[in-house]
Design a protein around this ligand. Structure first.
Ligand SMILES: [Zn+2]
Length: 213
């Protein structure tokens, strides 16, 4: 009995990874009147980064993130390695659009060697923001009529990924992310995880959406 107890303790110790929280360095020096928004955004990044890592099956990702609210009349937001920047005019016009922070936090966790294909990178970020954070159902996602409409990125690609995840392979996002992270993405990832080629899959998705308005 003691032997098993000893073994159990060894297993528990070896499986235990110390939990390291994400820390966010918030900079609102240029726009101090937006501090409350920044504090909420910081909270979202802290909570969502580990969730995003689990969703994407990522072990290592930046745990020190810079969040800057920049005084600017153009652009919305962008992420560059561990730094997220949001433009002040956007927050002033659309303060309720705080979910954009989840989209940018996905980019920080993704940290792909190559951004391309951009529609995959952006589609994954919008799948997580709109479906998992905003809890929008598949019917909410816009569709594209083009033959390669999935290349429209953002919500259009995000909806396509959601449909694949729901009906073809529940691990699809993890598989897609792993391919991107290794710099090994090509279209075969669709066939290998669903049994269908990319273009016919898109057509099937369009048919599904038309039949389920
Ligand atoms: Zn993006």
């Amino acid at each position: 009995m003691n032997k098993y107890l000893y073994l159990l303790i060894i297993i528990i110790i070896s499986c235990h990874k110390p939990y390291e929280p994400v820390s966010v360095n918030l900079n609102v020096n240029q726009v101090p009147h937006l501090k409350n928004w920044g504090v909420q955004a910081r909270e979202l990044i802290t909570i969502w980064s580990p969730r995003i890592a689990r969703i994407l099956d990522v072990e290592g990702y930046p745990h020190n993130i810079d969040l800057t609210l920049q005084k600017s009349d153009e652009g919305i937001a962008h992420a560059d390695s561990n730094a997220i920047t949001v433009s002040s005019h956007w927050i002033e016009k659309y303060p309720e659009d705080i979910g954009l922070i989840v989209h940018e936090a996905v980019h920080v966790v993704q940290l792909y060697p190559e951004f391309e294909p951009g529609w995959v990178t952006e589609g994954i970020a919008d799948y997580i923001r709109w479906h998992l954070y905003e809890m929008k159902p598949l019917e909410w996602f816009p569709v594209g009529e083009d033959e390669k409409g999935y290349e429209a990125a953002y919500r259009i690609s995000g909806g396509f990924f959601l449909w694949i995840t729901k009906f073809k392979n529940s691990d699809f996002i993890k598989i897609l992310n792993t391919a991107m992270k290794k710099g090994e993405y090509d279209e075969t990832v669709f066939f290998n995880s669903t049994g269908g080629e990319l273009d016919p899959l898109w057509q099937e998705y369009m048919q599904y959406r038309k039949a389920n308005l």
